[in-house]
Design a protein around this ligand. Structure first.
Ligand code: FAD
Ligand code: NAI
Length: 475
């Protein structure tokens, strides 16, 4: 006999599990089906983000940053460390514990909010009068009847044509997060977000890292001035980033991986590495969903077509997160999940795509919200710019981390903040103030007039706002 729910969510990543919890908070009966398995075959809620994405990558970034500090920065503070070594197995095991804490946390939240969880694959069976039949296939098979379905099946790593991931020599994000020993030489294809974060982890631990990037520009989506500053810092640290690289044949053998490639000048090159991480973007995942059974439209990238409110082409079926258009970010998925649950409940959930922040958790961190200077120029909008270097910030000097700047862009006439771009220490935290400001349509003068604690990195944001009006006080 089928079980009846108000809402069935397929996928338990940040988009799906948050949608399930919010729908349950709003008084609906909710089921969530997720197929992710931990190493013992048990459930591991949280999707890509928790298992092989945001959380484990940040755990490794933290461990490797401590190692880097002990090796290169403690001495500046008078701390003498005789011998520093890294136990990679322990670092990876710690990361696994952090992941499990997050998996368990979501299971606890499901229990607390009375979300019924099915461990297995969710797929559409058919549309029925007033709703849908959804199959949950795991250790047992159940048919769930529901009026509303939220599809949150996420994304998977894109492989290079003809070079599938074996997760031993050719690694996706999954394998990249569980390398067992520091590779002497590590290659990466793609200097996007994963390339830079994973490249940083293994460089700090001692790998010789080379990144082959297809485009001639570095971090094309980032404000040019910020990208330039970041490129300078990464290169100084020892990351070898080859722009305009055309990757050719990739061979694997006993000695590792050999990549034939052509540089920006058109010269043939060879890169021999112990392991190769391929980080060239991700593809929306609808495998096994049987989307055609209910007529879900997909676009040419394989993403589920949705309107601004995450409605799909099938009435009562919604889709959120990486499986739909827009940035592939956990917080964007979560916001869509909340908004969809609220719309199902008859409320007016809303996601403001103009204020979704981006963060790259390298050192220095890169964070931004809103439009870049090149976007404003291209759109012909008149703007004012102000920036402030961390070199002139007292807290950054005390931290011993003065790389980078805060840059603020505001409308030339109204002074409304149009974008903020940060490269430097704790950019991930600093950007929140700017997101709040933009949500409230603040002007740069609003930030400039707010009292910021001293000494704090956030004073750089205030000074950048003052600089928009050419009246920075400390630079
Ligand atoms: P997912 O997290 O991919 O979850 C989808 C879930 O659905 C999975 O558990 C999957 O097993 C399940 N599923 C799929 N099909 C079915 C089915 N038919 N039946 C049952 N279950 C199914 N974003 C950030 O914002 N910040 C970061 O720092 C960050 N770091 C990242 C680092 C890496 C290495 C990677 C790869 C990604 C990172 N991201 C980050 C991106 C972030 O992980 C994704 O944007 C986010 O996970 C998308 O959430 P989602 O719910 O749409 O999908
Ligand atoms: P990405 O889109 O960030 O970067 C891919 C890079 O690969 C681009 O620079 C692209 O030009 C390059 N590329 C594509 N094809 C190529 C080829 N054939 N040869 C050489 N270079 C090529 O994708 P990435 O790094 O795989 O990450 C996927 C997504 O995961 C990100 O876009 C982001 O949405 C999410 N993510 C977010 C993080 C964060 O928020 N901190 C961290 C990691 C991932």
């Amino acid at each position: 006999m089928s079980k009846i729910f108000d809402v069935v969510v397929i996928g338990g990543g940040p988009g799906g599990y948050i949608a399930a919890i919010r729908a349950a908070q709003l008084g609906m009966t909710v089921a969530c089906i997720d197929e992710w398995k931990n190493s013992k075959g048990g459930p591991a809620l949280g999707g890509t983000c928790t298992n092989v994405g945001c959380i484990p990558s940040k755990a490794l970034l933290q461990s490797s940053e401590y190692f880097d500090h002990a090796n290169h920065h403690f001495a500046d503070h008078g701390i003498e460390v005789k011998s520093v070594s890294m136990d990679v197995a322990k670092m990876v095991a710690r990361k696994d514990v952090v992941v499990k804490q997050n998996n368990d946390g979501i299971q606890y939240l499901f229990k607390k909010n009375k979300v019924t969880f099915f461990h297995g694959r969710g797929s559409f069976q058919k549309a029925v009068d007033g709703g849908y039949e959804v199959k949950a296939s795991g250790a047992t098979e159940e048919v769930l009847m529901t009026k509303h379905v939220v599809v949150a099946t996420g994304s998977t790593a894109r492989a290079l044509p003809g070079t599938p991931f074996d997760e031993d020599l050719i690694l996706s994000n999954d394998g990249a997060l569980r390398i067992g020993a520091v590779p002497k030489k590590l290659g990466l294809i793609g200097s996007g977000v994963i390339g830079l974060e994973m490249g940083s982890v293994w460089r700090r631990l001692g790998s010789e890292v080379t990144i082959l990037e297809g485009l001639p520009t570095f971090l094309g989506a980032v404000d040019e001035q910020i990208a330039k500053e970041a490129h300078k810092a990464f290169t100084k640290q020892g990351l070898k980033i080859e722009l305009g690289a055309k990757v050719g044949e990739i061979k694997t053998g006993k000695k590792g991986v050999s990549v034939s490639w052509t540089n920006a000048k058109g010269e043939a090159q060879k890169l021999d590495v112990d392991k190769l991480i391929v980080s060239i973007g991700r593809v929306p995942n609808t495998v096994g969903l049987n989307a055609e059974a209910v007529g879900l439209k997909l676009d040419e990238r394989g993403a589920i077509v949705v309107d601004d409110d995450c409605r799909t082409s099938a009435l009562g079926v919604w889709a959120v997160g990486d499986v739909v258009r827009g940035p592939m970010l956990a917080h964007k998925a979560e916001e869509e999940g909340v908004a969809v649950a609220e719309r199902i409940a008859g409320q007016h959930g809303h996601v403001n795509f103009n204020t979704v922040p981006w963060v790259i958790y390298t050192s220095p961190e890169i964070a931004w919200v809103g439009q870049t200077e090149q976007q404003l120029k291209a759109s012909g909008r008149a703007y004012k710019a102000g920036s402030f270097p961390f070199l002139a910030n007292g807290r950054a000097r005390a931290l011993g981390d003065t790389t980078g700047m805060v840059k603020m862009l505001a409308d030339a006439e109204t002074d409304e903040i149009l974008g903020v771009h940060i490269v430097g220490p704790m950019a991930s935290e600093l950007i929140s103030e700017c997101v709040v400001a933009m949500e409230f349509k603040a002007s740069s003068e609003d930030i400039a007039r707010i009292c910021h604690a001293h000494p704090s990195l956030s004073e750089a944001t205030k000074e950048a706002a003052l600089a928009v009006d050419k009246r920075a006080l400390n630079f």
